[in-house]
Unconditional design. Sequence first.
Lengths: 517, 305
Amino acid sequence: MTRTNTIVLVVILIVFVFALWAVLPIDAEKLGRKGMHLGLDLVGGVHLVYEAEVTDNATELARSMSRTVITIQKRIDKYGVAEPVIQQLGDDRILIQMPGFTDIDAAKRLVEQTGFLEFREAELNAEGLPVYLKDYLEQTQLKFFDNEEKGDRLFSTSVTTKEGKQEHKTVAILTKDESGTIMFTDASGKPADKEALQEYGDSVAWIPARGDNGTQLTGDFLDDAQPTISQDISPQPEVSIKWNSQGSIIFDQIAKRLYSSTGDYSPKYALGIILDNTMLSAPRINSPKFEGSGVITGNFNRVEAEELANLLKSGALPMPLKQPPLYQEKVSATLGANFIEMSWLAGLIGIVLVMLFMIAYYRLPGVLASLALIFYGALVLALFKLIPVTLTLAGLGGFILSIGMAVDANVLIFERMKEELRMGRTLGAAIEAGFNRAWSAIRDSNVTTIIVCVILFWLGSSIIASAPVMGFALTLGIGVIISMFTAILVTRTLLRLFLHSPLSKNKALFSIDRGKK
Amino acid sequence: MFDIIGKRFWFFLISGIVILVGIISLVSAGLPSGIEFSSGSMLTVKFEEPVEYDRFKEELVSLGYTDAIIQSAGEGQFLIRTHELSDSEKAQLESSLSERFGQVTEAQFSSVSPQVASETVNNAAIAVAISAIGILLYVTWAFRRMPRPFHYGTCAIVALLHDALIAVGMFSILGALMDWEINLMFITGLLAVIGYSVNNTVVVFDRIRENLTKGIGGTFEAVVNNSLVETMSRSVNTSLTTLIVVLALLLFVGATIQNFVVVLIIGIIAGTFSSVCIAPSLLVVWDRGEWGRFIPWRKTSNKKA
């Protein structure tokens, strides 16, 4: 038995050293993201849950959802957020967590933008002149001027913003539904009133720009997009694009059609660049052949050009997301930094007080239980790091709570041991009896906590992936399971070790005189 | 030797009073629910310059946020709780506030749609129900070898309801006094308490079973009391170690998980009390058929074996 005990002790020591190696050093650097995975409430960040606008059937939905997740992932990656979480929740929801990123408005912009880039050209009437909104408003019965083109017409006008910036604004969209009815809507798809559109009569009607085989030129054909600075007299931020092979063919076919070497600027010779139903610019096509490259101009500043390039590279969302998000939360980082220190302090004070209490009450066994507790703490933290478990404030709470509960097994055993000693057994027999008889109580008494942890984890993960609830359930659950073994294995091994030392002769060390009936 | 069982009706009285006070508070003040359950937006704004509460409230009312609940959250910092804000509403609110009170930063913001709120309430109810069923099954299983498993199971469940009721009742009082609201973390704390408190009862009952099978020592009442005394230091010590760490949490971590930690503290105390004083006492009352004594005007009747 002594030999087995020594082997167990060696194993425990090896595990302990390994756990320490995994956890230490506990300095700010290691406890930061490079060490433990810290949850949003500790490092600050943004937590969003979106619902997708569902139009597809079930199989298509599943595919669109996973593509949406990948697209959002790409966008966020390009933004340089460390360890973001982008996950599908349920059938049609997406969870986004961006640790350390606290600008919730920028985060929402980044995610919500559909990122659908398309190219349009002016609709021409029978005389080959551009069609304007007023031409449609004059009609008594709405009818497309260009009968060949069945796609919607987008009417865009130029407005001056409060800051004095020139921008394009989509005033209306003319669409033909399945029954063949043509009607005006606003940019978001709500029906628009014809009377209210009168003042925008000068807006050009833009129709999809298509290649010779009828394919519309969209962002799907992009290979790459980079923010650059234009080479003219007044350098402007812009976005250089590269088409894939199919895209460059379509683009050249369109350029050839729109190019005119003579004449003033007219929408007729321009290619409209439209992102999410809003025109960025409508530059004149100044060459009949581009061979795969192009430039998106617009009234951008450098940041906007960069954002647009990122958006184009990550591609369009397969399905739009409903706004506002179902759930949104922002935690500021300064609040978080404070929490980390405070919760470590709480954990440290908690563990020290529990150890003091155990030593004061149970003496030598208390000291051994304290050693087991240190082992427990190191092992659980190492597991958190290796699994890895994302630590939230509530998760730390669960861990700290589990420290208090972890000694329960030792308390059960020691109380039992004391009784056995009082009944006149030898120390060795009392130790073995204490462990054997207490095991069923230890096992039974942890079952309910584990049941509750499983249910809580489900509750936390079910709707908004609530980090605090999941964190608490996970850390408490892991803690309780590990504590059942460390309390028994470590304490028993250490006690057996002391059994053969002279210390065991001193009964006062085992506080048997205490609590006498 | 302690005579706990002998004082059982005193314990019932104490519990009864605490529960009654809690129920009165629940009926009159209710349990205010946070945005996770009732939807809406919560925004914490921080000003560079100190701003008086009254002026801040006035400004919000004049901006049309008459429904908003405003709490002062430290120097120049306010927590606003209102309906679900759209992006433009939020931007507008913040710009209006900065026009009036100077530079403002948004310390915290969360917003929950009605859809998510109702699903959360739904799932929280399911979680509580499943936990109750799970614990019921567990208790039935844990006491399968008891002479009267149904008695033990029922008493453990009553003790558990007792703890939950006290936790909810006390929280309702605190909620009324300190503007606390229930949220998912409250439910988490409540379930943790339920899981924890039934443990203690199981350990005590386990000892009663052991002593009964050993066949030592007199009446059922005496056996129960003996078992209680034997397990007393375990019950108290375990609760103490747990309370120590939870108090450390309360003192140092505070604010965000405060509600949750307070639920734990109330629950742990109630749970220890119920597993020592209530659940075993109920066993004895049931064994002796003393139910009549709960109704003062009826004499003790129908004695059972």
